[in-house]
Design a protein around this ligand. Structure first.
Ligand code: ATP
Ligand code: MG
Length: 220
């Protein structure tokens, strides 16, 4: 609790991997790899910057309460969280994918929608799903899941799923097809608003470093 530097909340896996070049652009190098280390608090080459490793969906919570000053979270996660009290200065253009509606091959999605029948939707992204189908005027029964959504239509838990798709390989491997695009997803830098005021001299250079790295990559 006596730490006077800044704390950045990240999740393991693709977000950590894709954040490394952004950290490098801000002059920050982690001293350990969270994939091989079991540590949840990871130091860096800078005594005044540390990383914490949390579940992707917990990142906004740590930043909202100020337990982390900054974080990196997918737009999907921020949508579900609500983003209350979070400053979102940058789209980092990492962990890019699309939120889609998918069904079993052969399922007549268009026909079902046209008939006005209720549709059972299984998803981790209940806010996004509710908003999407309400916008189309389609009545749904929402079934909240925490992962492996692809299974739901195969065993009759739901008619459709709302899930993130990048290559479509997982859908294909399970005999599913994407039938509707809901939104494009990428990860955002999020900042605790009080921390930004109190620790601006430490936080602003990180925002600027990330920003220049995103700009450079976009131009390349
Ligand atoms: P957890 O594994 O803790 O349940 P998660 O599956 O959301 O959480 P990750 O798989 O690391 O965690 O995904 C982190 C973020 O990466 C997601 O919030 C999303 O924004 C993005 N993402 C998810 N799936 C893909 C994908 N297939 N391709 C690219 N980006 C993705
Ligand atoms: Mg995942």
């Amino acid at each position: 609790m006596t730490y006077t530097g800044i704390t950045l909340a990240l999740s393991k896996g693709r977000i950590f991997e894709e954040t490394l070049p952004l950290l490098a652009a801000a002059g920050i190098t982690p001293t350990e790899n969270p994939e091989s280390s079991r540590k949840l608090i990871i130091g860096t080459n800078r005594a005044d910057v540390r990383l914490i490793i949390v579940r992707a969906s917990d990142v906004p919570t740590y930043v909202q309460y100020g337990a982390a000053d900054l974080g990196i979270a997918g737009k999907d996660v921020l949508n579900e969280h609500g983003g209350n009290g979070l400053y979102q200065p940058l789209d980092l253009q990492i962990a890019c994918c699309r939120m889609m509606v998918a069904v079993r091959e052969g399922y007549d999605y268009a026909g079902t929608v046209k008939q006005g029948a209720r549709i059972r939707v299984a998803t981790k992204y209940v806010n996004a799903a509710r908003e999407h189908f309400a916008g189309k005027g389609v009545h749904i029964d929402l079934i909240k899941l925490y992962g492996s959504m692809e299974l739901a239509p195969l065993v009759g838990l739901s008619d459709v799923i709302v899930d993130l798709v990048s290559t479509g390989g997982t859908l294909k491997a399970n005999g599913l097809v994407a039938v509707e695009h809901i939104s494009d997803i990428s990860s955002r830098l999020i900042v605790n608003q009080a921390a930004l005021k109190l620790k601006r001299s430490l936080i602003q250079p990180v925002i600027d470093g990330f920003s220049s790295a995103v700009g450079t990559r976009g131009a390349a």
